[in-house]
Design a protein. Sequence first.
Lengths: 198, 95
Amino acid sequence: MSEQGKYRPLTYFQLMEVTLRELLVEKGIVTEEQIQAEIDEMRARTPERGARVVARAWVDPEFRKRLLANGSKACEELGLEIPALKLVVVENTPQVHNAIVCTLCSCYPRVLLGIPPDWYKSRNYRSRMVREPRVVLEEFGLKIPENVQIRVHDSTADMRYMVLPLRPAGTDGWPEERLAALVNRDSMIGVAVPKSPT
Amino acid sequence: MADARFRPGDRVRVMQAYPLGHIRTPYYIRGCTGTVERLCGAFPNPEELAQMRDGLPAQPLYRVRFLQKEVWPDYRGNPADVVEVEIYQHWLEKT
């Protein structure tokens, strides 16, 4: 919705959304309250959830192993419900950098990262990330050394992916909460890396 | 669920087919050869679900790893760079 106070007629898709929603309510399939609760829940999901998972994996090697073996199950330990088998966590190492894209639409680990950024859904990112990932990452300000392997993950079907970034140097002995604050959304998509504290 | 015909490490080729409908196999990977990285489980066939059918038996779903330089002959970058794509079994054939 425009916040500029200027009247604009609904677009085709906005009209379709309103029509469908009103029909579902009229027919008693869902209530306005249920729709609002779902929207609230969607807004409550933010990248801080993913950051908690990353920080736990950095401090707890056993948790890290479980997370890489079965992402959904490991997240349950932190009280995060993810449908069975769906979450695949891919780990960055000094030799491998991972990045996530969905070339077909905009599949995204919403449970852990919230609503995807607009660029993630753009045709530009979706088409070029699989074709010239090094160039795209440089446009994000991330230069991956030539000797590091890049793995691009195209989430074309039922899995959802999250990158487990490398723990930055200079954070030895940090508590989980402090580590989590270093982890931003883009580093869990793989278009950035957490910065060392200075 | 349909039996899983491939294992991690198997070389597989993605079918070069262009059926109409809701297809989750990206165009750019059709006809390419890669290596099975893992079996993700089995899921109702999305091509059938899109037609309001049940999609059963569930189709094994694999993550297949492709070398970028084999997908894009003019790829520039580390020759070890890869792209991994989820592909349903009925789109894969043994090489």
